[in-house]
Design a protein around this ligand. Structure first.
Ligand SMILES: [Zn+2]
Length: 355
């Protein structure tokens, strides 16, 4: 994979190429943006470009030994740090610090990619801050993050921050047609559901993922007709399936987003991500108030953030479904607008359905 082959992100690639051409590469980058928009891929491609033996074109050749070693994950100067368990730990940053004392072994640069840096534990973040303050020469550190709110402002300020945009639907559907033998109509439908994320689009090629999304959204669409025991059973099944809960919650976010679109612009289903469920969107949108949808969206984001901290998954999902039920049936909770904040504190707020 070279810069020329990266889908979308043309502005970012142009900026990186210009920095390389002018010899103005900063010592640290922060690539932020939603899952599946090419942050890690761009980081690894940049690692390849700065060490390519034929770097004259401002891109990598993908043929030299350095490029081949990078592509296979065997380049001694290129390392990706991922979280171990729920966090990136201080020991991992200390090990990085020790490696930085030495010059690169083979390449012009040692490149360290800290993937999903939002998982840095506080002590690890503080240790990284020191590394970013005094970076040794010939080192490039690239942080990627889904959202930057969990990062220390001092870390953000020491990096060149490049926000990655969601990919365009046409870019995703064209890629799906090119790489998989599927009909353009199906590619377009998947691309719409993927809402800017190529990794989500790839996952949707799997029928099981599509069934999963359908089950979640149909459960939510029927919530105003549900009974509390059914919702508790659904939470239990949802949690017990042990699949990618973060992805499930992304589906829920696309659904809430569609309800808001429907409330603001109730004319057609063209702007809906879940356009195949347009009737259900219209029905549920008529039961919900916009401010309640925004609260629920915040709560979904809070649950996504809390999952990394080993919260009680079943309790979190029950809370979400009960809140949705309460809002869809016109019932309220005592704490109203404070819900998302309270949710971050382990969901200990009193949910009083039926007040
Ligand atoms: Zn090369």
């Amino acid at each position: 994979m070279s810069f020329a082959e990266i889908i979308g992100q043309t502005r970012i690639i142009r900026l990186l190429r210009r920095a390389l051409a002018q010899g103005l590469l900063p010592h640290a980058f922060l690539f932020s943006g939603m899952e599946g928009v090419g942050k890690k891929l761009t980081a690894l491609t940049l690692a390849k470009v700065v060490n390519c033996e034929d770097g004259a074109s401002g891109d990598c050749c993908d043929r030299c030994i350095s490029c081949r070693k990078t592509a296979s994950g065997n380049h001694p100067d290129i390392e990706v740090i991922e979280r171990e368990g729920p966090f990136i730990k201080i020991e991992q940053i200390r090990a990085l610090k020790r490696r930085l004392r030495f010059k690169p072994l083979e390449g012009r640069y040692r490149v360290t990619v800290i993937n999903n840096a939002q998982h840095l534990k506080v002590e690890a973040a503080n240790a990284l801050l020191k590394v970013l303050e005094e970076p040794p020469a010939h080192n490039l550190i690239i942080l990627t993050a889904i959202e930057t709110t969990a990062l220390l402002p001092t870390i953000i300020s020491r990096c060149l921050h490049l926000p990655f945009q969601p990919l365009a639907t046409v870019e995703i559907s064209a890629h799906l047609c090119q790489t998989h033998a599927i009909a353009p109509e199906r590619a377009a439908a998947i691309a719409r559901l993927a809402a800017g994320s190529l990794s989500r689009a790839m996952a949707l090629l799997d029928e099981k993922q599509l069934d999963r999304r359908n089950w979640i959204l149909e459960t939510v669409a029927q919530i105003h007709k549900s009974r509390i025991p059914d919702l508790l059973a659904a939470s239990n099944r949802w949690k017990g399936d042990n699949l990618d809960l973060l992805q499930d919650l992304e589906w829920l976010k696309t659904w809430i987003r569609d309800l808001l679109v429907q409330r603001f612009e109730a004319t057609d289903s063209v702007g809906l991500l879940n356009s195949d469920l347009a009737d259900q969107v219209a029905t549920m949108a008529s039961h919900m108030r916009s401010e309640h949808l925004l609260q629920i969206f915040d709560l979904v984001c809070a649950v996504q953030g809390a999952i990394g901290y080993n919260v009680n998954r079943r309790l979190s999902l029950e809370t979400l479904l009960l809140l949705l039920y309460g809002r869809a049936t016109g019932q309220t909770t005592e704490t109203g607008a404070d819900l998302p904040v309270a949710a971050r504190e382990q969901f200990t707020w009193p949910l009083r359905i039926g007040d």
